[in-house]
Design a binder for this molecule. Structure first.
Ligand code: ACO
Length: 181
């Protein structure tokens, strides 16, 4: 996605094209960054046919523990990924309920013109590295069919018990020997 200003100046990406923002990132918070978050958030919601936008500047900057990963290449913003911790109640196979506060994948979007070129995997794995976590330990908020396919293809994660809260927690969440393929 392109913008009418110098994207590199606003995002100041690292050598791999990543900018990582927290709600406390005051130094980078400005009108142009808000425009990037706004437009990418809206595009993500459209791509997922959601009624409401999950990632807006005001929701992001007023949250406590969210993190936003933005990947750009020259003047183009390629994708965003948002994480945060959520308190969830997980119901297992026999109906036992466990309270947990896992790291959650809350929003994930790669621009339509760039999908299926490996950018999603690069963004996701940058997040894993930054959070020092394996993919089995991440709960996913209402994954789309594309994301379900992405998790199966890249990490062999497919099986889960549907939950009332619509978060997906794969069976391997409880597997202490899980390894990246
Ligand atoms: N149909 C089915 N599977 C797809 C599609 C598609 N159109 N696009 C990507 N995938 C899955 C497939 O497993 C694909 O492998 P394949 O091409 O061999 O079938 C794999 O992702 C490709 O991996 P990457 O290229 O690394 O992923 P990409 O850059 O496309 O990013 C993402 C994946 C973020 C899901 C992207 O497709 C996207 O933005 N989709 C639209 C928005 C969306 O659905 N976001 C997730 C919402 S759920 C949430 O945010 C918590």
């Amino acid at each position: 996605m392109e913008f009418g200003f110098d994207v590199r100046r606003v995002l100041r990406p690292d050598e791999d094209g990543f900018t990582i923002i927290t709600p406390q990132s005051d130094s980078i918070q400005n009108k142009e960054l808000c425009e990037i978050i706004n437009e990418m958030g809206k595009a993500s919601a459209r791509a997922q046919s959601l009624g409401a936008v999950i990632t807006t500047p005001s929701r992001f900057f007023s949250s406590s523990d969210s993190k936003l990963y933005i990947k750009s290449e020259n003047q183009k913003v390629i994708g965003i990924l948002k994480t945060g911790r959520r308190k969830l109640f997980y119901t297992d196979m026999i109906g036992k309920i466990t309270e947990m506060t896992p790291l959650c994948l809350l929003d994930f979007y790669v621009h339509e013109s760039m999908q299926r070129h490996g950018h999603g995997k690069l963004i996701y794995e940058r997040m894993l590295e930054e959070e020092n976590v394996l993919p089995n330990k991440i709960a996913i908020d209402r994954p789309s069919n594309k994301l379900i396919s992405f998790m199966r293809k890249h990490y062999g994660l497919a099986d889960y018990i549907p939950q009332n809260n619509n978060f997906v927690i794969y069976h391997q969440f409880f597997d202490t020997n899980f390894k990246l393929p």
